[in-house]
Design a protein around this ligand. Structure first.
Ligand SMILES: Nc1ncnc2c1ncn2[C@@H]1O[C@H](COP(=O)(O)OP(=O)(O)O)[C@@H](O)[C@H]1O
Ligand SMILES: [Mg+2]
Length: 242
């Protein structure tokens, strides 16, 4: 418990903000043209150590919200801060480093999440290797093994992703998203293609990352059952937060 409190509170006991959006607008289409207003002046603050679900109908801007919040897309205007860092102030190279070192991602399709030619263990430790760690470094291998055990896939690290079910592959994706101990884990419809039992396992892993480790999770979903695992539900409609 002690370490968790340290990660989510400041010395004054006030919860730190892991993610803040200030009047973020994202317009798709030609500059000056009408285009599509995918995000319309969205502001929100996500406390560190919380599990937030973003819900809303198809086309309401959920994925655009997540892409802008995670530094995968740049807003047309407004400010996004991750742990106090203004993403708009960063060069592409610095933004790439921030995404690699301080953010974890789980995408909708397990087929897009993992590199098919790498083993499961290599997939899990990939963010560490991209950051410069040796792939055969014993500490890196141990970290990979720990995370695979945590997601219930101990002993499967030497296989390639295609030997696992979709739900098992999503659990590997969660392990990889946790490997750098990131400040925020973003997930876009992580359970969309899974049966209810596999979905429950993936959602339980995300919730445990929050409860046990004090991580911050922001998950987009259109499924009320998935949203019910979160502490806070934000509802999007027509590019705005309701
Ligand atoms: N790259 C793009 N180019 C043009 N329009 C886009 C693009 N991405 C999203 N949109 C539009 O922005 C709106 C919000 O899309 P999206 O964020 O994907 O919503 P959701 O994830 O809630 O379904 C939709 O009207 C969508 O058609
Ligand atoms: Mg979407």
């Amino acid at each position: 418990m002690g370490s968790r409190v340290d990660t989510v509170t400041t010395v004054t006991g006030v919860r730190a903000t892991a993610l803040a959006l200030e009047s973020v607008t994202r317009r798709h289409g030609p500059r000056g043209g009408r285009g599509t207003l995918a995000l319309d002046a969205v502001s929100c603050a996500v406390p560190a150590g919380s599990f937030t679900a973003v819900v809303g109908p198809s086309g309401s801007g959920k994925s655009t919200f997540l892409q802008c919040a995670a530094g995968l897309d740049r807003p047309s205007s407004g400010t996004v801060r991750v742990g106090g860092t203004d993403l708009g102030s960063l060069s592409e190279a610095a933004l790439t480093r921030l995404r690699r070192d301080r953010i974890g991602f789980v995408f909708q399709s397990h087929a897009l999440n993992l590199v098919p030619s790498l083993t499961i263990e290599e997939n899990v430790v990939l963010p560490l290797v991209l950051a410069g760690a040796g792939p055969t470094d014993e500490r890196v291998l141990a970290r990979g093994r720990d995370l695979l055990a945590r997601v219930g896939l101990a002993g499967r690290g030497g296989q390639v992703p295609a030997t696992l079910s979709g739900g098992q592959q999503q659990r590997v994706a969660v392990a990889r998203a946790l490997v750098t101990a990131p400040e925020v884990i973003f997930a876009d419809e992580p359970t969309a293609s899974l049966d209810p039992e596999s979905a429950g396992l993936v959602l339980g892993l995300l919730r445990d990352a929050v409860r046990a480790d004090g991580r911050t999770v922001v998950m987009v979903t259109h499924e009320p059952a998935a949203a019910s695992w979160a502490d806070t539900v934000l509802t999007m409609d027509g590019g705005r937060l309701r």
